[in-house]
Write a protein that binds this ligand. Structure first.
Ligand SMILES: Cc1ncc(COP(=O)(O)O)c(C=O)c1O
Length: 377
C-alpha cells in the first residue's frame, strides 16, 4: 500500500518531529553538562530560572523535579498545611489534588464553568469555610481561569491563590501571564507539555520573595539558604537536574514561536469545525490568550467520534474521562457526582484533537473533514 499524507497517522502530540529539529543542539548541551561534573544546582538551573521568570513576567522562578512537586512546594511555601482546606476543580489531573493532600491539607471541590471547563468563581464562594486557606485554579487545556474574580474572592477572604500552570505556558489573562497573577504558579515540563523536558521537571513561579525563598529550601530537603547543614523546614529532594535545565534552556528559545504555531492551528480548527454540532474552545477576550496545550471540543456521541477518528488514523484523547471525585482513590470520601453537573457533562463530551506546533494546515483539514463525515455534514 502506498503511504500518502492522507493515510499517515496523525498523533495527538509529535515529540519526535520537534526533537529531531533541535537534537544536535540538545546532544551537545547534554555532553557539556555531563563533562562539567556539576549535575545538580549548577549554572544551567540558575540561568534557566532567570530566563523562564523573564519570559513568564514574574520576579522569581524556582526549578524542581516535576509539576506535581511544583504544586506541593508552592502550596507549602504559601503556608498551606495540616488542618487547612484548599478549594480546587474536580476536572483536572490527579496531581492537583494529591499535592494538596501531601501537604496535610484537605481538598474541597467547586464545580467548573461549562464553557472553559475551569473552576467557576461563583461556586468557590459557596465552599469557603473557616478552614479555607487557599484556592487552586487550573488553567485547563491552556485556557486561563477567571483570575480576576478568583483574586477578588481571595482578597475578600484573605486566601492564597496557587495557579496550576501545567498546561498554560504563555497563556495570558487580561494582559498578564498565568503563573504570575496568584501568589504562586506551578509549571510542569513533562515531555508532552508546551515546554517539555527530556524527562520530568517543573518550576514554581512567584512575585513574592518569601514564597521564592521557602520554595528554594523546600526543594532542597528544607536546607537554610545560607547554611549547608541547617534546616528551616522539612522539605524533600525535589530538585531539577542540570541536564534537564540545559535542555529546557534550548527549548525555551522556541516557546513563543511554538505557541504561535499552536494558536494558528487552533484558528484553522475553529474555522474547519464551524457549523458542526461540536463546541469549539471558547474565544479569548482582548488581553487574553490560550496556550493550546490541547485543542478540546465538546462532542455529542464523543466516544463514537473518537473511534471513527481512530479508524482513520487520527489520534484523540479524553482529558478527563473520570472526574476526580469519582476516582477509586477518593471513593468513600462522601462526594456525589450530582453535585458537579458541569463536570459530569464535560467528562462525557470533552475530546482533545491532535495539537502540536508542527501540525500542518493539511492535517487539521483532514481531522475536520473526518469530523464532518462522522456527523454526516
Ligand atoms: C493540570 C496538571 N497539573 C499537574 C500536573 C503534574 O505535572 P507533572 O506530570 O510534571 O508532575 C499535570 C501533568 O500532567 C497536569 O496536567
Amino acid at each position: 500500500m502506498t503511504t500518502t499524507t492522507a493515510t499517515i497517522p496523525i498523533p495527538l502530540f509529535n515529540l519526535k518531529q520537534q526533537h529531531a529539529a533541535i537534537q544536535k543542539e540538545i546532544n551537545e548541551a547534554v555532553v557539556r553538562v555531563l563533562e562539567s561534573m556539576q549535575w545538580i544546582l549548577g549554572p544551567e538551573n540558575a540561568a534557566f530560572e532567570k530566563e523562564f521568570a523573564a519570559m513568564m513576567g514574574v520576579k522569581y522562578c524556582v526549578t524542581c523535579s516535576s509539576g506535581a512537586a511544583a504544586l506541593q512546594i508552592a502550596l507549602n511555601a504559601c503556608g498551606v498545611g495540616p488542618g487547612d482546606e484548599v478549594i480546587t476543580t474536580p476536572f483536572t489531573f490527579i496531581a492537583t489534588t494529591s499535592s494538596i493532600t501531601l501537604t496535610g491539607a484537605k481538598f474541597v471541590f467547586a464545580d467548573i464553568d461549562p464553557a472553559a471547563c475551569n473552576i467557576d468563581p461563583k461556586q468557590i464562594e459557596k465552599k469557603i469555610t473557616k478552614k479555607t486557606k487557599a484556592i487552586l485554579p487550573v488553567h485547563l487545556y491552556g485556557y486561563p481561569a477567571d483570575m480576576g474574580a478568583i483574586m477578588e474572592i481571595a482578597k475578600k477572604h484573605n486566601l492564597k491563590v496557587i495557579e496550576d500552570c501545567a498546561q498554560s505556558h504563555l497563556a495570558e489573562y487580561n494582559g498578564r501571564m498565568t503563573g504570575g497573577i496568584g501568589h504562586a504558579g506551578a509549571f510542569s515540563f513533562y515531555p508532552s507539555k508546551n515546554l517539555g523536558a527530556c524527562g520530568d521537571a517543573g518550576a514554581v513561579t512567584t512575585n513574592d520573595e518569601t514564597v521564592a525563598k521557602a520554595a528554594l529550601s523546600l526543594r532542597h530537603c528544607g536546607r537554610m539558604l545560607d547554611k549547608a547543614y541547617e534546616y528551616c523546614c522539612e522539605g524533600s529532594t525535589l530538585r531539577m537536574d542540570e541536564v534537564q535545565a540545559a535542555i529546557l534552556r534550548i527549548k525555551l528559545r522556541h516557546l513563543k514561536n511554538w505557541t504561535e504555531m499552536r494558536r494558528k492551528a487552533a484558528k484553522l480548527y475553529d474555522a474547519g469545525l464551524k457549523g458542526l454540532p461540536v463546541t469549539t474552545p471558547p474565544a479569548t477576550k482582548a488581553g487574553w490568550s490560550q496556550s493550546f496545550y490541547v485543542y478540546t471540543i465538546k462532542a455529542p456521541r464523543r466516544d463514537e467520534l473518537a473511534a471513527h477518528l481512530k479508524s482513520r488514523g487520527i489520534a484523540s484523547a479524553i482529558y478527563y474521562p473520570l472526574a476526580l471525585y469519582s476516582q477509586p482513590v477518593y471513593k468513600g470520601m462522601g462526594f456525589h457526582a450530582a453535585d458537579y453537573p458541569n463536570t459530569e457533562r464535560a467528562t462525557a463530551e470533552a475530546l482533545s484533537l491532535p495539537m502540536f506546533p508542527e501540525l500542518s494546515a493539511e492535517q487539521v483539514e483532514r481531522v475536520c473533514r473526518e469530523i464532518r463525515a462522522f456527523y454526516g455534514k
